[in-house]
Each structure stands twice: as C-alpha cells, then as structure tokens.
Design a protein. Structure first.
Ligand SMILES: [Zn+2]
Length: 414
C-alpha cells in the first residue's frame, strides 16, 4: 500500500493560490490530500516526513515543447544561422545518427531537464524513442510522433509509419502518445488533414509548429522564397501544391486542422489569426531561448495573447536551437523581454499553463487537493527572502529534489 507522506516546507508556491510560509503538504497514494498552513493541518498518521524547512516547494515544471532526439546537436550548429540553412544542417546531422546515439543523447537531454526541475515533458520524436526513456525514468509526458511529408507521393508511407510508431508504444499511465504534423510547410494538405484526423479519432493530443519565421508566412501565402528552394533542394517539390494566399494560421484553419491543437511558436500573427487561435482554443508555446539563439528580432505578441485569454506556456525547443534545456532560464528570458509580467505569472507559464497545453490540467500543474504530487524542491539562501516567486525566477538554475506522485525521483534529496 502507498505511504502517507508529510512534507513540511519553509515556503510553498502552490501556483493556484498565494505562497504559503511554513506550510505542510500531505500526500496519499501519490495525490495531494492537504495543503496549507501548519496550524490548519489535520492530524493524519504519516509514514514518512520530508523536511524542507530550508527549502521552497513548488509544482514540477512542465516543458511542453522539445525534440530530445536532437540533443546531440548541442553546440554543433552555428547560432544565428538562417532558418533553412539550419534545417539543412539538422537533416544532415540526423542522417548520420544511429538509434543508439539518438537514445544516448535523448537521455542526456532528459537529465538536463530533470536537474532543472522538469517533471513533465512534451517531446516530438520521429520514432518515439523518448517514450521508453521517460517511462524508465518515471517521468510524465507526451511523446508526439512527428509526421513530415510535403510531396503528395509521401502520404501513404508517412501514415503507415505513424501507425507503426504508435503501435510500438504500449500503454503507460504517465507517458502518453500524441501526433505532431510538423508544420504547414512540411506536409501536403492531404497529409495534414489525414494525420490530424488520425489523432482526433483516437483522442491523441496534437502539436504543430506554426508561423515560426517570415519565410514560412511567405511560402504559405505565395509559394515563394527560401522554403520553396529548400523543398526543391531536397527533391520534394510538388508541382501540384498551391499556395493558400493566406497566413499559416488561416491556412491550417481552412484545412480544419486548427481546433484544439498546441501551436508551437506563433511568432508572426495578425488580428484575424488571433481570432482563430482564440475560437479554436489553441494553446501557444512561446520559445524565447530558441528565438534568441536564432537572433530573431521580433516583437513577440505575448501581451495580445494574454489579453485575449489565450493559454501561453514556455518551451525550450531542442538543443539544436538553444543553449540548454532549462525552464528557469526561459522564465528569465521572458521576464527580460516583458518586464511588466509578474513573477507569479512567469511561474504559471512553466507549470499550469504547460499542463493546459498538454491537456493535463486536471492532474498536474499546481499544488491543490486531488492533484498528483509532482513537486520540486529548491534550496533557500541563508537569511530571509522577500518573495519566493521572485527568488525562483531570478536566482534558480537547478533544483535540489524532485517527487513524482509523491515518490522521490531525484536522489539528491537526502
Ligand atoms: Zn520545435
């Protein structure tokens, strides 16, 4: 039988309610039974006490967007490179990599995320290798099987490959399967629609990269520019493919593949796009580190997303276009880009908003009664701190410990 655990902390940041000083969390069968001030805690027999009297305790961080199998590309591509040249480099490196190497690097990427307090990961993977690793490590997540195929001739083969990859993954409570039609410019219309329907029919979550660069917008609208050259260079150009005359968001909407998805990037959107994102309940993943790595000087439309009540979470993207996989650094980057955002809101973007993006908000994302006890533990400095949320966002790079469903995952705890 599962133990009952009492966790006593100097500070608790529940996210869904204000920080608690000298707080207690009671965990039973992996879920939170009580959270609050010590004096309000009911008298419950506990098998174990976890002493965090010199620590901050908060929900495990959620990184809804990465590509772990690209972790081996860390530092191998020149930062600031043009987008299509970057794609060429990624393709050439991944062609050289074998399965063992991909798994090795994915493990390294996961270790980096875990030491930075990540308990739930949304990973895009061509063949689903990260699924087993997440399962073995006891982490929570969604592995989105990637679908790519711009030329119509690739459709049947790609759908078959998607089926095969998904069938190879057995059921597991903490790690789920999703589908990621890569982007509007790397799939034919037919494959976008078919992979979307494939996921919807099976109730799998869907992630699509959208409006990452202006070259994508140009290509979808007019069929011209460096993405067309890229497709021709790869021998994938399809004479039957017609530009939509519209934005990537409106193009996806016209194909009926926007509803309920997780939209990654959305760096370039207009008012009409925003209406559609709102109507279709799209969650947006902002990747500030990746944008910075590419040297993109964009005015990210974060404030308009937030004004409209669109859910925005922070993602790291992969180590092929970021220096590290660390949600704390993404919070700091967002703070420096949007100084008006308060610390609490930044923490929400790496916890509950990430949970909403992964459709897991009924289970994780904050510390409240009934939710899973996915928790990170952060050391406090000597002396007083003014605001635990400010301390977490401005000072922290690594965590001291991690619990998932109340079980100690990271051994540094004791
Ligand atoms: Zn990505």
């Amino acid at each position: 039988m599962d133990k009952t655990i009492r966790l006593e902390a100097k500070w608790i940041i529940p996210v869904s309610s204000p920080p608690i000083e000298d707080g207690v969390i009671i965990i039973r069968e992996g879920r939170i039974l009580f959270i609050g001030k010590e004096e309000d805690c009911p008298d419950v027999y506990c098998d174990e006490i976890i002493d965090c009297q010199h620590q901050i305790v908060m929900p495990g961080l959620i990184n809804p967007h990465t590509h772990l199998s690209l972790s081996g590309l860390k530092g191998r591509i020149r930062e600031g490179i043009g987008f299509t040249d970057w794609i060429r480099e990624v393709v050439s490196y991944t062609r050289e990599m074998n399965q063992e190497e991909e798994i090795f690097w994915a493990k390294m990427g996961i270790d980096e995320l875990v030491s930075a307090g990540t308990t739930t990961i949304g990973d895009i993977s061509r063949l689903g290798y990260s699924w087993n690793i997440l399962k073995e490590k006891g982490l929570r997540g969604i592995v989105y099987i990637e679908v790519i195929g711009f030329n119509r001739s690739q459709r049947e083969k790609e759908i078959r490959a998607l089926q095969v990859s998904i069938e190879s993954l057995s059921l597991n409570g903490k790690v789920r399967v999703g589908v990621s039609p890569h982007s509007p410019y790397t799939l034919s219309q037919a494959l976008l629609k078919e992979s979307y329907s494939f996921a919807v029919e099976r109730d799998y979550p869907i992630a699509i990269h959208i409006a990452e660069t202006l070259s994508e917008s140009e290509f979808i609208k007019r069929g011209t520019g460096e993405i067309r050259d890229l497709m021709i260079g790869f021998g994938l150009w399809d004479e039957g493919w017609n530009p939509s005359g519209d934005s990537p968001v409106r193009y996806l909407n016209s194909l009926g593949v926007l509803k309920g998805i997780m939209g990654i990037h959305l760096n370039h959107v207009d008012d009409q796009d925003l209406d559609l994102l709102e109507e279709n309940k799209v969650s947006v993943i902002f990747c500030p580190g990746s944008n910075q790595w590419f040297g993109r000087e964009i005015r990210y439309p974060l404030s308009v997303f937030l004004e409209r009540g669109i859910n925005v979470a922070l993602g790291t993207d992969s180590l092929a276009s970021n220096w590290s996989l660390n949600p704390f650094l993404e919070m700091r980057r967002t703070k420096s880009l949007f100084p008006q955002l308060d610390y609490h809101h930044l923490i929400e973007m790496c916890t509950i908003n990430g949970a909403k993006a992964l459709n897991m908000e009924d289970q994780i994302g904050d510390l409240s009664i009934g939710k899973y006890a996915d928790i990170v533990i952060i050391d406090l400095p000597d002396g007083m701190i003014r605001d635990p949320a400010e301390y977490v966002v401005t000072k922290i790079n690594k965590v001291k410990g991690i619990l998932i469903e109340g079980k100690v995952l990271m051994p540094k705890l004791k």
